[in-house]
Design a protein around this ligand. Structure first.
Ligand SMILES: NC(=O)c1ccc[n+]([C@@H]2O[C@H](COP(=O)([O-])OP(=O)(O)OC[C@H]3O[C@@H](n4cnc5c(N)ncnc54)[C@H](OP(=O)(O)O)[C@@H]3O)[C@@H](O)[C@H]2O)c1
Length: 303
């Protein structure tokens, strides 16, 4: 009986190496992992696995073989990327090729994350997975090049999950920044002419692990996931301030009043019908998930 169970477990166990596990999304995976005991995740920080160095992968694999790689490692500093083009492409594209080559050789699957910034934001309707890409900046271009490499591979299975406006209790993100500022400032000026769909990292990871668990994640090479509801950065900031119980006033400004090194898409709405309708994933409203995130931050006394 025990042996049968062991054989069953070994045959059906999904084991994945998670890269960039100390980043925002990586920490979301670490938090949600316990809800999916049928999936084995091996977490690696940048110190343990620098994805620009392929020899480490071989070492890790020989000690602890896995069936796939979940790549949370990325260069994500959007404005800085305009000055560090080489680094952005090295991590978001060339290093990804290391993972791809390794996955091809060992017949592994790859789950990778990408961004709404592969689009230019000139659309007037939500971006479907096959919509034309046209990144406005270096970060988006480097992420798009990574996507293209993945779509050309002969890896066993590939899943590219595009998401947008990521927030969580971990790492650096808009929710944490605004919640901190709301404790110090009477007034905040926030851009009101860029619209998007905020995404709670915990919801995103729960969806990804559910799709791994029910084996549907590889049905489509690209999936969009963003929380339900659309807002501007100003409206997002207002919700953060109000939910935190702060009196801080949020004033809207236009992108031209708040120049940044990288141009950002004005309309960053990912269409999530595919993951909802075809793969039966229920997506929570961003403002409901925001409440959960702020509660966690408050109870951890990070606010
Ligand atoms: N954040 C967003 O709003 C957003 C929106 C849409 C899509 N995404 C995508 O979602 C994914 C996760 O983003 P995130 O917010 O979790 O980013 P993050 O917090 O910046 O995490 C990225 C992690 O990758 C690590 N890393 C960088 N270079 C590495 C290398 N050579 N080898 C191994 N690890 C390396 C970073 O380590 P260091 O900290 O030491 O550099 C960091 O821990 C990315 O693919 C991103 O493009 C993010």
């Amino acid at each position: 009986m025990r042996l049968t169970f062991l054989i069953f477990t070994l045959t059906f166990m999904n084991s994945y190496l998670v890269t960039g596990a100390v980043g925002q999304l990586g920490q979301c995976f670490q938090t949600v992992a316990k809800e999916f005991p049928e999936i084995n995740l091996f977490f690696t920080s940048r110190n343990e696995l620098d994805i620009t160095r392929s020899e480490t992968l071989e070492n890790l694999f020989s000690k602890n073989p896995f069936d796939g790689i979940i790549n949370c490692a990325a260069y994500t500093v959007v404005d800085q990327a305009e000055k560090e083009e080489e680094s952005a492409f090295k991590i978001n594209s060339e290093a990804l090729q290391n993972l791809i080559a390794f996955a091809e050789e060992k017949k592994l699957s790859i789950i990778h994350f990408s961004t709404d910034y592969v689009f230019d934001g000139n659309s007037s309707e939500p971006y479907q997975e096959e919509a034309e890409t046209n990144p406005l900046g270096v970060y988006g271009a480097s992420k798009l090049q990574g996507e293209i490499r993945l779509l050309k591979t002969s890896c066993k299975n590939v899943s590219i999950i595009r998401t947008s406006w990521l927030f969580s209790p971990f790492g650096k993100n808009f929710v944490k920044t605004i919640a901190h500022l709301a404790k110090e400032k009477k007034e905040l000026k926030v851009v009101e002419d860029q619209r998007g769909r905020p995404t709670y990292g915990i919801d995103l990871v729960r969806a990804v692990l559910s799709l791994i668990s029910n084996k549907t994640i590889y049905r489509f090479p690209i999936l969009h996931y963003a929380n339900k509801g659309i807002c501007s950065w100003k409206e997002f900031a207002e919700a953060i301030v109000n939910t935190s119980g702060s009196e801080t006033k949020v004033l809207g400004v236009s992108s031209s009043d708040y120049p940044t090194l990288a141009k950002r898409p004005k309309y960053s709405i990912l269409d999530t019908e595919r993951i909802e309708r075809e793969l039966k994933i229920e997506i929570p409203l961003w403002n409901e998930s925001l409440k959960k995130c702020l509660q966690i931050l408050k109870s951890n006394e990070s606010l």
